[in-house]
Design a protein around this ligand. Structure first.
Ligand code: MEV
Length: 333
């Protein structure tokens, strides 16, 4: 039988420009959506909800009646995010009087390297929930969508802030005010400055630890309060900066504090050093322990930077600008 295509849902990824880890403890952060996307392609289905996780080569078949009481304990985390997302949206809608949900087939695929600091889990969760809503022609306010996606992140990951979820859903530059409140910065002085910036997102190396483990280790750091306070002060200064030089300096200062927290690696430090030598500044982005570095580039010295990154054998380099399609600069190794 020919499949009936119902539509596509796309959700971007994110980088944290300032404030990761401290944001989990209630300090501010600045984050930015990156145009590397997760895509959900929706098709009609006769009976069940069938979800194909293309990048994992896995397929899940869910009887709609069973979803509200799904036991997630026996699944690994990549599958758990998707199942928890479906269960959460079904229970949210049932609590508001909806019933008789439509079966559908969903193919999920993503441009985003998994578990490297680019918010792939938040992006997959938002794609799953938005696809469910689209297949059932239901719309809910963005703020509500954000709350549900955040509750999924917390349930699967443990301690988390709203940063990843809100950034991929609002698809913009955000100031996270504390672990669950935020503001979209469009039109502000910082937004205008960022719009002129060229960033490179460098996938330096695979992470050996998951975000949850890194957040837990940081929570046990003896000097975490003092370091978080210094990161918080940097975030407060960001909205006042007027030049790329000032912005880059703050990135490097933020990186040094993340290094003190123990979430950098020697290869990440090398890339940050290159970012400062050839650009305006750089820092790791996300939970760390490997993953990505964001570099504020100086376009006149970009070739030297790309050459040095090649010599270091980083995994991927993505070009990104606020509101502009991101491009992969080098073939995947
Ligand atoms: C993960 O992208 C960023 C962390 O601050 C965790 C969080 O905010 O949930 C490490």
């Amino acid at each position: 039988m020919k499949e009936v295509f119902k539509g596509t849902v796309e959700v971007p990824s994110k980088v944290i420009l300032f404030g990761e880890h401290a944001v989990v403890e209630g300090y501010g952060a600045i984050s930015m959506a990156v145009d590397l996307k997760t895509r959900g392609r929706i098709f009609e289905s006769e009976k069940d909800i069938v979800i194909n996780l293309r990048d994992l080569g896995r397929s899940l078949t869910l009887n709609i009646e069973d979803i509200p009481t799904l036991n997630l304990r026996n699944y690994n985390s990549s599958v758990k995010y998707v199942l928890c997302a479906i269960k959460s949206i079904v229970n949210y809608l049932k609590d508001r009087g909806y019933e008789d949900f439509k079966p559908f087939k969903l193919d999920i695929s993503s441009d985003i390297p998994v578990s490297c600091g680019l918010g792939s889990s938040a992006s997959v969760v938002a794609t799953t929930i938005k696809s469910f809503l689209s297949a059932n022609t239901i719309s809910i306010p963005k703020k509500e969508l954000c709350k549900i996606c955040f509750s999924v992140e917390r349930e699967v990951q443990g301690k988390a802030s709203i940063t990843d979820t809100a950034t991929v859903i609002y698809n913009s530059v955000l100031k996270i005010k504390n672990s669950n409140d935020f503001e979209v910065l469009e039109g502000t002085k910082l937004y205008k400055l960022l719009k002129g910036c060229h960033f490179l997102v460098v996938h330096v190396e695979r992470r050996k630890k998951k975000t949850a483990e890194l957040v837990k280790e940081v929570a046990e750091h003896p000097r975490k309060e003092e370091i978080f306070r210094s990161i918080g002060e940097i975030v407060n200064k960001v909205e006042e900066v007027s030049t790329w030089e000032e912005l880059g300096d703050l990135m490097v200062k933020n990186h040094k504090l993340l290094r003190e927290l123990g979430v950098s690696t020697s290869k990440i430090d090398k890339v940050v050093e290159l970012g400062s030598r050839y650009g305006y500044g750089a820092k790791l982005s996300g939970a760390g322990g490997g993953g990505v570095v964001i570099i504020l580039t100086d376009e006149d010295r970009r070739e030297g930077l790309l050459e040095s990154l090649r010599e270091l054998e980083v995994l991927d380099v993505f070009e990104c600008k606020v509101g502009v399609k991101s491009e992969i600069k080098r073939d995947k190794k």
